[in-house]
Write a new protein. Structure first.
Length: 392
């Protein structure tokens, strides 16, 4: 039985198809038609256009059941996207496809002394490398995604994490990549899209809160990707728990980020942040945790849970995905996060019906997160940037 079609513009319909493919990795025509609420005849007409533009491809696969469809619709490989991702150590740039494959990457280290001038210089150097690579290979970019830590509604007054002038960087991109759509986002949003679209068996398909614990601590509301407010960053890491606590880089004392960020974790473990980052996910089996340190670690995780629980009290939702170093810990250690959430929710998670899942860390895989965001931006506008200058 075919689903009744929804009154949508051509752009919205294309966006619904592309975002579904982005989040599912591919689909046979009948379930795709049901997912986007189109008749199979209408879907076929739109797929014909998307295939002609290189946005999708269709390959023969064994039917999922006897007499079933054999044409699997997936994202095309001919569209090129650029990713620009700023981290605490370097600026990464790259070129890849809609499905996440990277064809080129470059990392330019950040200077020891960070200020607007020095960071702008790094952006100019890295973007020049990206421009030269695309020119030499005659690669035409369809979208550029830029991920910046701490980017938010007050960013025009200065970035609280890494000093950078977003307006100046935007002008720089317009100068070097004239005509190519550019979208900026907070790092947590980029990592949220990476996990939603690239993590196998991602635990949630509906609305949920994504929490990223890395060099900063932040969240993002994940909802219908076609909606304008589908990805809203939440600075839950700057909830203050102790006015006399450790100083946070936002300028306050006692923020949950000052207890649970990667720099705070490194200090607790007695190693440098550089050494912790160098170890990657192996730190959890390489660095011993004496009982005193483990107890302190759990207390900090409890505070992280409090911050998440307070966030859910403000805007309830049924699911929370946590990515970052806490996901590497044992279930016994992670229980402290759950206890913290339960301490905030009236009746605990059981009464509130909140599901909690830990997903693998994505720190260190840059610029994959920015590439996933670029793919999301192109999909959400239906791949029709040439027909509209509407911002992603």
């Amino acid at each position: 039985m075919e689903m009744p079609e929804q009154p949508r513009s051509r752009r919205q319909t294309r966006a619904a198809i592309l975002t579904h493919l982005l989040q599912s990795g591919g689909s046979f025509r009948p379930p795709l038609a049901r997912a986007v609420r189109l008749s199979e005849a209408s879907l076929s007409r739109i797929l014909f256009d998307l295939k002609a533009e290189g946005l999708i491809a269709e390959v023969r696969r064994p039917a999922p059941y006897v007499g079933g469809p054999t044409g699997l619709v997936s994202l095309g490989s001919s569209v090129a996207l650029a990713a620009v991702e700023l981290t605490g150590q370097w600026l990464s740039v790259g070129v890849g496809g809609l499905s996440g494959e990277l064809h080129y990457t470059e990392r330019v280290p950040l200077p020891v002394k960070l200020n607007l001038g020095s960071v702008s210089h790094v952006f100019r150097e890295a973007l020049a490398l990206l421009r030269d690579w695309t020119r030499q290979r005659r690669v035409r970019l369809a979208q550029i995604g830029v991920s910046v830590p701490g980017l938010g509604r007050l960013s025009e007054f200065g970035n609280p994490i890494i000093p950078c002038d977003v307006g100046h960087i935007s002008d720089m991109l317009g100068e070097m990549f004239a005509g190519v759509p550019v979208a900026f986002t907070n790092s947590v949003v980029a990592h949220a899209k990476f996990h939603r679209c690239r993590t196998e068996n991602y635990p949630f398909s509906g609305a949920h809160l994504f929490v990223f614990v890395g060099q900063g601590v932040a969240g993002a509301w994940m909802d219908d990707p076609v909606e304008d407010d589908a990805l809203q960053p939440v600075e839950l890491g700057h909830m203050v728990f102790a006015a006399d606590g450790p100083r946070c880089r936002c300028g306050h004392h006692g923020c949950v980020e000052a207890y649970t960020s990667l720099p705070a974790l490194a200090e607790l473990l007695g190693v440098t942040e550089a050494d912790l980052l160098r170890l990657g996910n192996e730190w959890v089996t390489t660095i011993p945790l004496p009982p005193r340190v483990r107890q302190e670690l759990r207390e900090r995780l409890f505070r992280l849970g409090l911050a998440i629980g307070n966030t859910l009290n403000v805007k309830p939702c049924r699911g929370v995905a946590i990515s970052g170093w806490p996901s590497l810990l044992s279930e016994d250690d992670r229980r402290a996060v759950v206890d913290g959430i339960d301490a905030c929710l009236l009746g605990g998670r059981t009464l509130a019906q909140v599901s909690l899942a830990f997903v693998p860390p994505s720190t260190g895989n840059d610029p994959q997160a920015a590439l996933a965001f670029a793919a999301f931006c192109l999909a959400r506008c239906g791949g029709m940037h040439a027909a509209s200058t509407e911002a992603a």
